[in-house]
Write a protein of this length. Structure first.
Length: 197
């Protein structure tokens, strides 16, 4: 089975995540895109993260209605530390994936060298990357540090939008509208639980 893996904090999941997932699914011919909320994001120790149960529920609501999207709790259910490099083999085995793509925004590819064991990530999945506004890539530096990277990356061709969960939380904290940034079912959950205020 050919799968795409989209991991993240999903605090909250937004239309940028869904656009990346659907663009990757369509262009790569993926059977499924697996949404994997992070148990405890190692890249975000400086800020509190919403409880995993809330992030899982928001993600479930965000992907409802798309039969190609699945929610997976593997990272939430396992003990820390929560690294992509150790998660990918678990997911490949779980889904008996013959072809595996890690779906990323351009900003994540830009920062890949700061991830735990990026060479292990490339050993388990190819990377499908949707550009992000303002995320400039140092291809020479990335390739020098990770010689396998150029052959492992496919750039996706899709609409480029600048939506970030950080900005969404800031808008919520300021009492501003989140309409058209997150799916309606996610918005109703945020409002019902008074998140990010």
């Amino acid at each position: 089975m050919s799968i795409g893996i989209l991991g993240g904090t999903f605090d909250p999941p937004h239309f940028g995540h869904l656009l990346l997932a659907e663009t990757g699914r369509e262009q790569l011919g993926l059977s499924k895109v697996i949404f994997v909320p992070a148990g405890q994001p190692v890249h975000k120790p400086e800020r509190p993260v919403s409880p995993a149960g809330q992030r899982m529920e928001m993600t479930r609501r965000a992907i409802a209605g798309n039969p190609h999207f699945l929610l997976d709790s593997t990272d939430v259910d396992r003990p820390p530390p929560h690294y992509t490099a150790t998660l990918l083999p678990l997911l490949r085995d779980k889904y008996a994936a013959t072809d595996c793509w890690l779906l990323l925004g351009g900003d994540s590819l830009r920062d890949l060298l700061s991830w735990h064991r990026p060479e292990t990530i490339l050993a388990h999945c190819r990377l499908a990357v949707l550009p992000r506004p303002g995320a400039r890539l140092d291809w020479a530096g990335l390739a020098a540090a990770l010689p396998a990277l150029p052959e492992a990356v496919t750039m996706l061709d899709g609409p480029v939008i600048s939506i970030s969960a950080t900005k969404i939380r800031e808008r919520a904290a300021a009492g501003r509208s989140l309409r058209y940034l997150v799916p309606p079912a996610v918005l109703s959950f945020i409002e019902a639980h008074d998140l990010y205020r």
